[in-house]
Design a protein around this ligand. Structure first.
Ligand code: FAD
Ligand code: MLT
Ligand code: ZN
Length: 475
């Protein structure tokens, strides 16, 4: 692909659309060209910051006319390299980064309909606060990153987080979308209806599409009643089997009040305690597995006793537990969970896996994957944590010795295949919540049927025949 006009002319045309403050080309642009993990980077003609949907549409039309690829970008916190330009070796010709961060208005909140309409560049935190101000709740639970990631990015990755077991993923939290299509037309699907069976539900095409089918500019999000009671427990469990059995028990005894159920292995705790200031071992004994549990209710009622009773009636496998006496203690335990990703990054590179299997098969996955890895790499250290309440495990092996770890990382493809083959054999997914981006676009071909890949390619071809909308991502 080659741009028809010379770069200076194109930059002038872009500047005419978004204004001189709406475009970055110098050193300041470089932060937008590299992903947060430092794994993917490329160069682009410019980073463009539109402030309206009309401007987005004009930028897209210009790019289509000039054969320029568009990389949609929100907070650039994604884990799979979807939000940054392709490297020169991918030979894609000219690209621009289209960053939505300046489109950050909360347009409307309908307290009776329990909905809010927000622009794509609103941070998740901004959206959550706006809901709180009218005594409502927006439940997407990515607290480690909420101040940076944006609603457009959350939608485009179909983000998950810690409250999925109660409220669902981002896909479940949306009623309507406005999207600029790859040909520059604006699709206004900003409906705020809970019931609408009038044909294909097009919004779902764009959710989780990682910017490959169009640019989400505005969304109607579902709101929920604000929570007024919350209690947190940290529970030491014998093993992952106990954890999933406990989850089933809590669902039966606590119902929809169960809002988070996260697992933390010993290796995670060691990393957090080593690298994150002001963190503390939760028990006197150093247990191998701990589970962090939240119950919450919209009524201002005490929940501690219900949780205590549920934990006491569970039976064998719960080794010890504490219920937080106050929100300060609850926050201290959640700090251990929230900072695992950061602590592991500080420690060094690992081979990250974000996988899911049916909840009933999580323990089987962990034991099969551990055995297979240990057989080949006896001193492997495996950091296991995540959303066990959704069957979604973050499974990140590395070797403690730096030199050996470099060799291990160089074998990522073989390690991935070993893990993903096990996941696949258990009916699981190789990307539960982070998407495919550049990271898994090749691997997914081994795990989805040829028919599914064909249908995905057909949809892409129909909406984006010039392959200019985030090319070489996902597909
Ligand atoms: P970006 O990174 O900018 O973009 C992500 C993808 O969406 C890219 O493909 C991009 O092209 C596309 N995109 C962005 N905006 C638009 C738009 N408006 N229209 C079309 N396409 C667009 N994810 C989880 O699911 N659960 C977690 O618990 C979780 N925890 C995290 C913790 C940390 C510390 C970090 C760094 C990340 C975590 N993530 C988690 C990853 C998560 O996917 C992202 O943080 C977030 O959803 C992406 O939002 P963003 O605005 O940063 O998007
Ligand atoms: C999390 O659950 O903390 C995230 O998805 C981040 C990660 O996997 O590192
Ligand atoms: Zn996660």
């Amino acid at each position: 692909m080659t741009a028809h006009n010379n770069p200076a002319t194109i930059l002038a045309q872009l500047q005419k659309i978004v204004g001189e403050h709406g475009i970055l080309t110098d050193q300041d642009a470089s932060v937008h060209y590299q992903d947060r993990r430092g794994r993917y980077s490329g160069q682009a003609l410019a980073v463009v910051f539109p402030t309206t949907t009309q401007q987005v549409a004009q930028v897209v039309s210009l790019c289509v006319a000039q054969g320029i690829a568009i990389i949609p970008q929100g907070g650039n916190t994604g884990m799979c390299g979807g939000s940054v330009p392709l490297a020169a070796s991918d030979q894609m010709g000219e690209q621009i980064v289209l960053n939505l961060s300046r489109m950050n208005r909360v347009c409307n909140i309908d307290e009776i309909n329990y909905t809010m309409t927000v622009e794509a560049g609103c941070t998740l935190q901004q959206a959550k606060l706006a809901a709180e101000q009218v005594n409502r709740y927006f439940p997407l639970g990515l607290s480690a990153i909420a101040a940076e990631c944006e609603i457009g990015g959350n939608l485009s990755t179909n983000a998950g987080g810690v409250n999925v077991l109660r409220y669902g993923m981002m896909r479940d939290l949306v009623l309507g979308l406005e999207v600029v299509l790859p040909d520059g037309r604006i699709w206004n699907g900003l409906r705020s209806l809970r019931k609408d069976n009038t044909g294909y539900d097009l919004k779902h095409l764009f959710i989780g599409a990682e910017g490959t089918l169009g640019i989400i500019t505005t969304a109607v999000l579902k709101l929920f009643p604000r929570l007024q009671a919350q209690t947190t427990a940290i529970v030491a469990v014998r093993d992952a089997t106990t954890a999933v059995n406990l989850l089933a028990h809590l669902r039966a005894t606590c119902g929809d009040r169960l809002s988070a159920f996260e697992i933390i292995s010993r290796s995670c705790l060691n990393l957090v305690l080593r690298h994150i200031p002001d963190t503390h071992e939760p028990f006197t004994t150093k247990y191998e597995w701990q589970v962090l549990i939240d119950l919450a209710d919209v009524l201002p009622i005490p929940l501690e006793q219900s949780l205590r009773d549920a934990l006491n009636t569970f039976g064998d496998g719960v080794l010890e537990f504490f219920i937080a006496p106050d929100t300060h203690q609850a926050a201290a335990w959640w700090k251990l969970r929230k900072h695992i990703s950061e602590a592991q990054k500080i420690e060094g590179i690992s081979i990250k896996h974000d996988v899911s299997v049916p909840i009933s098969r999580v323990a089987e996955f962990i034991s099969l994957a551990n055995a297979a890895l240990m057989q080949q790499y006896p001193d492997v250290r495996i950091v296991i944590f995540g959303h066990i309440g959704d069957g979604n495990i973050h499974y990140n092996p590395s070797l403690p010795d730096a030199t050996k770890n470099n060799v291990f990382i160089a074998q990522s493809a073989q390690v991935n295949q070993l893990i993903y083959d096990i996941v696949h054999s258990l009916g699981g997914s190789i990307s539960a919540e982070h998407g495919l981006g550049q990271l898994k676009r090749n691997e997914i071909r081994h795990y989805k049927s040829a028919l599914e890949i064909e249908l995905m390619n057909n949809i892409k071809q129909m909406l984006d025949p010039n392959n200019l909308m985030n090319p070489k991502k996902v597909l």
